[in-house]
Write a protein that binds this ligand. Structure first.
Ligand SMILES: Nc1ncnc2c1ncn2[C@@H]1O[C@H](COP(=O)(O)OP(=O)(O)OP(=O)(O)O)[C@@H](O)[C@H]1O
Ligand SMILES: [Mg+2]
Length: 256
């Protein structure tokens, strides 16, 4: 279980993040939505260890993550960051291979069969086979995002943090990867926390949605509880119509 208590953080400007109490069960597939600047990426950065000057506690199975070494934490949490455009200049395969570094030891730095199998699996499901040897700087925005997704999958962690992981993907790759990640996580009991701007995707994808606004969690519930015309108006300030998905019966919004 993940437990966040009394989490407080500020960048030193007007923005304050404050989460008093949040519990996420193992195997849960949870989405976070909320307006621009509400603190979604900040929470993901704190959780993944990129930001480490906060007060309060984040625990995984009762272990405070601030006391876990970076390498060990990389065997527990993988992240697809929101901003990934200029991170590397290696080829696709080499970047995905770096995901296995947390599993190396001083005595064994070389890749084994398990490493190779999961790297090949991640490349296959993200449809990157033909880009294996292509340099990151030569890829399109959506291809780069798929490299980051492949890297997170190959890292094979209990917890995946996905910050708008479909923002650059075309609808075909979006649907395909949503389903693959969902099934992969159900089969392997992984905990997935995904930030979305697309309310309909969040509703289709997860059974629990958190709404962040002004650095706080304002709502926490099922898609039915969260996605109502009144809530959308209050959260985002726009008017919409909410309908039921004809196949999956979950709420979906249409712009008015
Ligand atoms: N490095 C930084 N230094 C100072 N302020 C920052 C920094 N990063 C973000 N902020 C501010 O903190 C607030 C929260 O930012 P955050 O990136 O968490 O928002 P978000 O909910 O992810 O938004 P978006 O939907 O646009 O991605 C914003 O007001 C932003 O301007
Ligand atoms: Mg963000």
């Amino acid at each position: 279980m993940i437990k966040i208590s009394d989490l407080n953080f500020t960048y030193g400007n007007n923005f304050k993040l404050n989460i008093n109490n949040l519990e996420i069960n193992n195997g849960e597939n949870l989405s976070i939505i909320g307006p621009n600047g509400s603190g979604k990426s900040t929470l993901i950065k704190i959780f993944s260890g990129i930001i480490n000057y906060y007060s309060g506690k984040i625990e995984i199975e009762n272990n405070d993550i601030s006391k876990i070494s970076k390498k060990k934490l990389s065997r527990i949490i993988s992240t697809v960051p929101q901003d990934f455009t200029t991170i590397y200049d290696y080829n696709t395969e080499n970047i995905i291979e770096t995901s296995r570094y947390p599993y190396t030891s001083f005595f064994n730095l070389s890749e084994n069969k398990e490493d190779r199998d999961i790297i090949d699996y991640a490349i296959k499901i993200t449809d990157l086979e033909r880009y294996r040897k292509k340099y990151y700087s030569e890829l399109s925005g959506g291809e780069k995002q798929r490299v980051m997704i492949a890297r997170a999958i190959a890292q094979d962690t209990e917890i995946m943090l996905l910050d708008e992981f479909t923002s650059h993907l075309d609808p075909g790759h979006t649907q395909n990867l949503m389903k693959i990640i969902q099934n992969y996580c159900i089969n392997k009991n992984k905990t997935v926390i995904s930030v979305f701007h697309d309310i309909n995707l969040a509703s289709l994808y997860s059974k629990r949605i958190l709404v962040m606004k002004d650095g706080e969690i304002k709502l926490d519930g099922t898609p039915y509880e969260i996605i109502t015309r009144k809530n959308i108006e209050e959260i985002y300030g726009f008017d919409c119509t909410v309908i039921s998905h004809p196949i999956y019966k979950v709420p979906q919004i249409i712009f008015n």
